[in-house]
Design a protein around this ligand. Structure first.
Ligand SMILES: NC(=O)c1ccc[n+]([C@@H]2O[C@H](COP(=O)([O-])OP(=O)(O)OC[C@H]3O[C@@H](n4cnc5c(N)ncnc54)[C@H](O)[C@@H]3O)[C@@H](O)[C@H]2O)c1
Ligand SMILES: O=C(O)[C@H](O)[C@H](O)COP(=O)(O)O
Length: 378
């Protein structure tokens, strides 16, 4: 049998080590994969920056497409299905990474604006893999939540949670969206939070988009006085809107899902699916290449409040403002240029469960950290 050819987005970590025993690997920047690159490929492994459609695949022999991310707006699934091309998407691979990003942001906003998160309500629009994990974490932290997810609410079998309608959810102190980007249909999410909704928000409210640009009306959002505007996902990335960018309290370049664990999980889920598709036994030796866990973190202060201690801990683990300042510039053209480069060379970020915390003297905090999946020592 001729050696199989596999084209992979070079932003998939450990791709050659993971997929190398399945065939001949060609690594390319996701945005630059062309029809000629995939013409003789048997499998195509992408992230979100490759538009997978007829233009790309019409003359290729690709029979397997794997997307190592969650969003599906870059994939023409109808075309793949019509042409009997097996498609697999790593749904949920980065849910924890995004949920942790939002919690880090909440703690930072609480410190900057001097409020206690337990006195705030969090409105979660879209309660799937990301929204569901965020809800769990928020509950563990004693944050009251309002949940909005009409598709789940309509499902008679899905009765574990209480949902509210969008208008009710938009009364929360802090609102965060975690839906897919649907351009049409009964659950259309494009402009889901429209100018009318935004005009009714108060200056004390906070609005976060770490899902997809376009779910929130950006022109109205930029003009509305709010306590904080947090944007990770933008329309027309990387050429993001300057007015919204200058209005944002935190502007990150679509990295909420970019923890190392999330990127590896996405690649591994697709890898194992391709092994199943080609009936080849998966191998694990690439896992020996993973970086060691971070150094343990000490928390030994009995004086500060739990929230302050937690906030110090969270900042030590990850500070989203570093991802803001990394590309911030007075000239928007420089921000546009830095946006994609920074994402492709994103610094190492480890999820909470890779961190050990030691010397905790307050049992309440130890219990709370365990519920948030930090590893507690002593
Ligand atoms: N910023 C990032 O790095 C990042 C990372 C992961 C995912 N995302 C984005 O976040 C989205 C959600 O990710 P996920 O893994 O939770 O997906 P998911 O499919 O598990 O969850 C999406 C949820 O949204 C709900 N939903 C659909 N239409 C809705 C509507 N009109 N109103 C309210 N809820 C609606 C669905 O019922 C589902 O429960 C993804 O589609 C992706 O675009 C961004
Ligand atoms: O769709 C997703 O999973 C996320 O938006 C993810 O951050 C996309 O990652 P990218 O391919 O843009 O690096």
């Amino acid at each position: 049998m001729p050696t199989r050819q596999i084209v992979i987005d070079d932003a998939v970590p450990y791709a050659a080590d993971m997929f190398g025993h399945l065939g001949e690997i060609t690594l390319l920047p996701g945005k630059k994969i062309t029809p000629s690159d995939v013409q003789n490929a048997d499998a195509l492994i992408v992230r979100s920056r490759t538009q997978v459609n007829q233009n790309l695949l019409t003359n290729s022999r690709v029979q397997f497409v794997g997307s190592t991310v969650v969003g599906l707006d870059h994939i023409d699934q109808t075309y793949l299905q019509k042409n009997d091309i097996h498609f697999y998407s790593a749904q949920g691979c980065n849910a924890n990474s995004v949920a942790e990003y939002v919690i880090h942001v909440l703690f930072d906003l609480a410190e900057r604006h001097g409020f206690d998160l337990q006195h705030k309500t969090l409105g979660i629009i879209g309660v799937g893999n990301v929204g569901g994990r965020l809800y769990q974490k928020a509950q563990n932290l004693g944050i009251k939540c309002l949940l909005n997810d009409p598709p789940r609410e309509r499902d008679p079998k899905d009765n574990e949670l209480n949902f509210v309608d969008l208008d009710q959810c938009l009364t929360a102190d802090i609102i965060t969206v975690h839906t897919p980007l649907y351009m049409s249909g009964v659950d259309c999410t494009y402009n889901l939070i429209n100018a009318e909704h935004i005009s009714r928000l108060s200056p004390e409210q906070i609005l976060i988009n770490a899902a997809r640009g376009g779910i929130i009306n950006e022109a109205a959002w930029a003009a509305q006085p709010l306590q904080a505007i947090v944007v990770d996902c933008w329309e027309n990335e990387p050429n993001i809107d300057e007015t919204l960018y200058r209005s944002a309290d935190l502007a990150t370049p679509h990295i909420a899902g970019h923890s190392l664990e999330a990127k590896i999980a996405g690649g591994e889920m697709v890898y194992r699916q391709l092994c199943r598709h080609w009936q080849i036994e998966p191998q694990n030796n690439w896992q020996t290449l993973l970086p060691p866990d971070p150094q343990p973190i000490e928390i030994d202060s009995r004086t500060e409040s739990s929230q302050t201690k937690l906030h110090r801990l969270f900042k030590e683990v990850y500070n989203p403002y570093n991802d803001d300042s990394a590309i911030r510039d007075k000239q928007i053209q420089k921000v546009h240029l830095a946006f994609e480069d920074y994402r492709r060379t994103y610094p190492l970020r480890r999820e909470w469960h890779r961190h050990r915390v030691q010397n905790i003297k307050t049992p309440h905090l130890a219990k709370l950290l365990k519920s948030l999946k930090f590893i507690i020592d002593g």
